[in-house]
Design a protein around this ligand. Structure first.
Ligand SMILES: [Zn+2]
Length: 421
């Protein structure tokens, strides 16, 4: 593991520097602790909409995507429930480092939020929303999260369109931006070929003058009521693809047992001999069957999804999936654990080799609570004991389960929520 230089500016900006002069590129990543979770009732969808608007123009930098392209950069931005992230990977040069830092500081303080940008990005967001709802398991997962997290913003989706984003007023977006984009809520990570003194000098020049507005923040603590009984949702989706799914609420992403949940899901679903592959895929009951663990700042979840095989009944598959997951959870063996550890170690080696991935992961982990997780997680994986995996397996019970079916055979005339115009 190469060393990371970490410090915090007096205005609250967390800085993580990871120089490697052997690299041909340079990655600048800015993460804001601002996601769908931080939206108030009239702001649903705003974190994502703001990301679209701030992606384009700031007062001193116009048409940022075109300028980044001209410089040969690879770049993007995305928003989830916990955070918004912007990143660019540029050919390494002092000029590109200067440009990226000056531009990101402008985005943090002087994004150009105009009525025409708002109207343009509303159209873009709506198109993105329609595409995301059309196929696959995502609409089912979203509806399941809504009932698994009824009192927590994780139950809302980041688009917020159903909750009235289309009436978003520019002044509300500007107020949201003022509240949520400032150094006190941001993490800047830089990796690749740059001189550390250059980066520190430029950070001082561009970011140090920015104001920390954390004092005016009214951060709510989010209520997570425990789940005591099974929850179930059936979504009529005539003619659409069918999926079934299970969510089990679990631990926050920084929790030491998170890796045990990953090992458990791996044991149940990820290789030829795992119960889901053997009993569902190889028997033709399911065409797809997979699981993953959602890593979040607050309580995340373990999820399993399956797509019925040709002519198979979705509700029958759901019952089998639940029985299989819950009855096999305690039966993972040492050999399963070793297989997970080998794959996980290889995956971390890939992240370590890829400066861009490493730089972005630093920001992600800092938002989860501590950038040092990038060093801790591989060790937690290597030192993981079967006992901890079996402890996490106890969470896979009917009373902690939220089940869902995307049912194409439903006779209901009600269309899925996403099919509304
Ligand atoms: Zn988007």
């Amino acid at each position: 593991m190469r060393p990371v230089t970490s410090y915090t500016l007096p205005n609250g900006l967390k800085v993580l520097l990871y120089p490697d002069v052997r690299e041909p590129t340079l990655t600048v990543n800015v993460v804001y602790k601002t996601g769908a979770k931080h939206e108030g009732p009239r702001e649903y969808g705003m974190a994502h909409l703001l990301e679209h608007m701030a992606f384009q123009n700031t007062q001193n930098f116009r048409d940022i995507p075109r300028e980044l392209e001209r410089r040969g950069a690879r770049f993007n931005a995305n928003t989830n429930a916990d955070r918004t992230t912007y990143y660019e990977t540029l050919p390494a040069s002092p000029q590109n480092l200067d440009y990226a830092l000056a531009m990101e500081a402008d985005r943090m303080s002087l994004a150009l939020l105009t009525e025409s940008a708002l109207q343009q990005e509303l159209v873009a967001v709506k198109k993105e929303w329609e595409n995301s709802g059309r196929s696959g398991f995502q609409p089912l997962l979203q509806e399941m999260m809504a009932i698994a997290y009824p009192h927590h913003p994780y139950g809302r989706d980041t688009f917020g369109l159903e909750a009235g984003l289309l009436q978003a007023r520019l002044e509300d977006i500007q107020a949201f931006y003022q509240r949520r984009y400032h150094p006190g809520l941001a993490v800047l990570s830089i990796g690749g070929a740059f001189a550390i003194e250059d980066a520190q000098r430029l950070i001082e020049k561009y970011f140090a003058p920015l104001l920390n507005r954390t004092a005016t923040l009214d951060e709510r603590a989010f209520e997570l009521k425990p789940q005591f009984s099974e929850r179930m949702i059936v979504i009529p989706k005539p003619g659409g693809p069918s999926y079934v799914g299970l969510i089990y609420r679990a631990m926050p992403g920084a929790d030491p047992s998170f890796v045990a949940a990953q090992a458990l899901v791996h044991c149940l679903s990820s290789h030829r001999d795992s119960p889901l592959q053997k009993k569902l895929i190889q028997t033709g009951l399911a065409r797809e069957a997979f699981g993953f663990v959602q890593q979040s700042v607050d309580e995340g979840f373990i999820v399993f999804m399956a797509k019925p095989g040709p002519g198979r009944d979705a509700r029958d598959l759901l019952q089998r999936l639940a029985r299989l997951v819950e009855s096999s959870a305690g039966s993972c063996q040492d050999k399963d654990l070793r297989r997970f550890q080998a794959e996980n170690t290889a995956a971390w080696a890939d992240v370590n080799r890829n400066v861009r991935a490493f730089t972005m992961q630093l920001g992600e982990f800092e938002v989860l609570g501590d950038w040092r997780l990038i060093q801790k997680e591989p060790i937690r994986s290597q030192e993981l004991r079967l006992e901890l995996v079996k402890n996490v397996a106890r969470w896979l019970t009917p009373h902690n389960r939220t089940a869902g079916v995307l049912d194409p055979k439903s006779s209901h005339s009600l269309a899925g929520r996403r099919d509304r115009p």
